[in-house]
Design a protein around this ligand. Structure first.
Ligand code: GLP
Length: 242
């Protein structure tokens, strides 16, 4: 069972998580992190950028890997998760661009892209900490509920509810949200030495409860995190209401 920390507000939770990550960076300067996109991690990224400005978080030797990306979007596309990570974190800390990796959603040969991503991950010794959010349908990264989950980085067809949840990034136009994404696999995430799951807000309470206290099932991919020996879940009070 993952450890669960409940803080009063999202900003308290983000600040606690940022302090913990800053500490990990000072203990293990070459920390390898997986970074989620979406709305949830933005307060954490702001807190990490502030810690960096205060000289308390040094990313100089760290490596970062984006968790997922929309198929068809190049890193330069402002709607890409790559752009979100740049804008909210990577441009504000001293991470080495040569150790900053994201999936190229526009890669002509996506099979090669996902294979190369796993190779890059292996070349740095795998993930030390996978930071993840949770979709309202229980997805982690873009590992959507299904009878079978892919273990490694893969291409996935997005569920309509996930496309809807992301439509803000596409001017609110559901039809413009890509139908496919590239995502780290659930095995890649479970292989991380540590996992940090963040969830904030009342709208996440139901799925957080199902993922943490319900059966471990591929229909709620986040429930597989119950199997991880070193997972920490950080919630605000609203997300913990379930
Ligand atoms: C998105 C992303 C995930 C993210 C999750 C929750 O679609 N693929 O990486 O963690 O869904 O998003 P949000 O934080 O915006 O609720």
């Amino acid at each position: 069972m993952p450890r669960v920390a409940i803080l009063e507000t999202e900003s308290d939770a983000a600040s606690a998580a940022a302090s913990w990550i800053a500490e990990l960076l000072s203990e293990t300067p070459d920390l390898v992190l997986a970074l989620p996109a979406g709305r949830t991690p933005l307060s954490l990224y702001a807190a990490l950028a502030a810690r960096h400005r205060a000289g308390e978080a040094d990313f100089n030797r760290a490596a970062t890997f984006g968790l997922d990306e929309f198929a068809g979007l190049a890193p330069s596309d402002p709607r890409s998760y790559h752009a979100l990570l740049r804008h909210h974190l990577l441009d504000h800390v001293n991470v080495d661009p040569a150790r900053t990796f994201t999936l190229n959603g526009a890669a002509r040969d996506w099979r090669r892209e996902i294979e190369a991503y796993e190779q890059k991950l292996a070349s740095v010794g795998g993930l030390d900490l996978a930071i993840v959010g949770i979709g309202r349908n229980g997805h982690v990264g873009f590992n959507e509920p299904a009878d079978r989950l892919a273990a490694r980085t893969h291409r996935v067809r997005l569920r309509p509810e996930s496309r809807r949840a992301n439509s803000d990034q596409f001017g609110g136009r559901f039809r413009d949200v890509p139908k496919y994404a590239l995502s780290m696999g659930i095995g890649t995430i479970l292989n991380a030495r540590g996992v940090l799951l963040l969830a904030f807000g009342r709208h996440k309470a139901r799925i957080v409860n199902r993922a943490l206290t319900g059966p471990v099932t591929t229909q709620v991919p986040a429930s597989l995190l119950q199997l991880h020996p070193n997972a920490l879940v950080v919630l605000d009070e609203q997300a913990a209401r379930g």
